[in-house]
Design a protein around this ligand. Structure first.
Ligand code: SAM
Length: 446
């Protein structure tokens, strides 16, 4: 078999796409290798969300140049968001690249790689293509938990973001094809799926007849053998009362919500074109906690968006305190070419961004620590997914609210089991506990 080395940058959707690519190439007799020097084909699945992500790709391509010089038959391909957005720049800055293709062309990866092998000039494929559900995956794919892309694209046009240009307009997969994919995954041992979309809670409105994420939850919930449903990423703008009710009522949907805030200041939210205010965001959090008191939240925040003042930033810190997130993903604003925010005059200096990033993480860590501490003494449902990173003698798993829990259960429970663990210690990044019976259960309230 020929050898494929696949390097993935960026979000879960990229991870999902990489698995599909590995699966499709497996059907063409390529097997995955971790050893870059042994590869016949090297593919970089790229991210364009921030400049840093792009620079990482160019630096990796620089490293690969030497391999290509030694072995001119080696095929080097760049796929994903950066390929879509920067095809000309990629070929100019990295002439060692043989193949550039965007996510719409993934279904044709086998044919594209063959062309790149045969034609001794760069193959470029970044046009639109019909949306197809690809279920191929590599032999090494995680069997217990899986990502399932339910929609592509984004039509939000936030002023900082390149995604509408890299992933195109919103297009949803038909519920039947999603269910068929999940049934196949469950037959292979999957117990938890994460439904993916750039604005996953806009799912289904482009279908005929239209549907929505709440209805999809119901259908996924009916898949026998599946234990848990997660979903990401949602946009507060599309969060409906129907979806909030579904989170309460659909048993397999977990009490964990990744709800990007971006900023806690109305002025900044408006300049970002987010379509909600700080008060509306907090109202949604309250409605979700009223529906499901055990709901855990995580979020994305951008610091140093053009024009962000100290007062704006403090308004963000205030929302972080009020919501009490379990996890905050903090990003320094990165100026993306062609986006409206890149042209805004009042760009924030790098040292101010760095300082705000540090202060945000300090607050976020304290708040998350307080949330963890409250879980001490509680009994929680855990899906066992492996051994603890710190101690091979301990098992590890996740609660429904997405917390990592390590516990001593060797010999008594196995990977894939759902068990109940009483939390004894709240550490900064994980919980520790002991096996228990389900007398009291937070994150297990349905
Ligand atoms: N669809 C999600 C939303 O709009 O809420 C965002 C998904 S995006 C792939 C992940 C995160 O990257 C965003 O939530 C945002 O915080 C961050 N991000 C996007 N563009 C950025 C930029 N230009 N600079 C810094 N962070 C950015």
């Amino acid at each position: 078999m020929a050898k494929l080395h696949l390097i993935t940058y960026g979000c879960q959707m990229n991870e999902y796409d990489s698995e599909r690519v590995a699966g499709l190439l497996r059907e063409r007799q390529y097997e995955l290798t971790d050893d870059v020097t042994a590869a016949d084909v090297i593919l970089l699945n790229t991210c364009a969300i921030r400049e840093k992500a792009e620079e990482k790709v160019f630096s990796k391509l620089g490293e690969l140049k030497r391999l290509k010089a030694d072995r001119p038959d080696l095929v080097i391909g760049v796929m994903g968001c950066m390929a879509q957005l920067q095809q000309a720049t990629v070929l100019r800055r990295a002439p060692q690249v043989d193949l550039v293709f965007g996510s719409p062309a993934i279904a044709r990866v086998g044919e594209l790689v063959e062309r790149a092998r045969l034609e001794r000039r760069p193959v470029l494929e970044t046009g639109e293509a019909p949306l197809v559900k690809i279920t191929a995956k590599p032999a090494s794919a995680d069997r217990l938990k899986a990502f399932v892309t339910v929609m592509e694209g984004c039509e939000k046009h936030c002023t900082f973001c390149v995604v509408p240009r890299t992933r195109g307009r919103e297009r949803s997969h038909a519920p039947a094809s999603i269910i068929a994919e999940i049934e196949g995954l469950v037959a292979d041992g999957c117990r938890e799926v994460t439904l993916l979309g750039q604005t996953v809670n806009a799912y289904g409105r482009d279908l005929a007849p239209p549907t929505d994420l709440a209805e999809l939850f119901e259908r996924v919930n009916d898949v026998a053998g599946l234990q848990r449903i997660r979903f990401t990423t949602s946009n507060p703008y599309n969060l409906t009362p129907k979806l909030i009710r579904a989170m309460r009522d659909v048993p397999k949907v977990c009490e964990w919500f990744h709800l990007p805030l971006q900023s806690g200041s109305n002025r900044v939210l408006e300049r970002m074109n987010r379509g909600y205010t700080r008060a509306r965001y907090l109202e949604l959090v309250d409605a979700l906690r009223d529906a499901e008191p055990a709901m855990a939240f995580s979020t994305d925040v951008i610091v140093g968006f053009p024009g962000e003042t100290e007062a704006d930033f403090e308004a963000t810190l205030d929302v972080v305190e009020r919501v009490g997130y379990d996890n905050v993903f903090a990003f320094r604003y990165s100026r993306r070419p062609g986006t409206p925010a890149a042209a805004m005059p009042d760009q924030v200096p790098d040292d101010v961004k760095a300082d705000r990033n540090r202060r945000l993480l300090e607050v976020a860590q304290r708040v998350a620590g307080e949330r963890s501490a409250r879980l001490t003494g509680r009994t929680m449902e855990v899906l066992v997914d492996g051994t603890s990173r710190r101690s091979a003698g301990e098992l590890s798993g996740r609660t429904r609210c997405n917390r990592v829990v390590n516990f001593d259960g060797q010999g008594r429970v196995a990977v894939g089991d759902i068990v109940h663990v009483r939390v004894t210690d709240a550490l900064p990044h994980s919980l520790r506990g002991t096996l228990a019976t389900p007398e009291e259960a937070v994150c297990w309230s349905k």
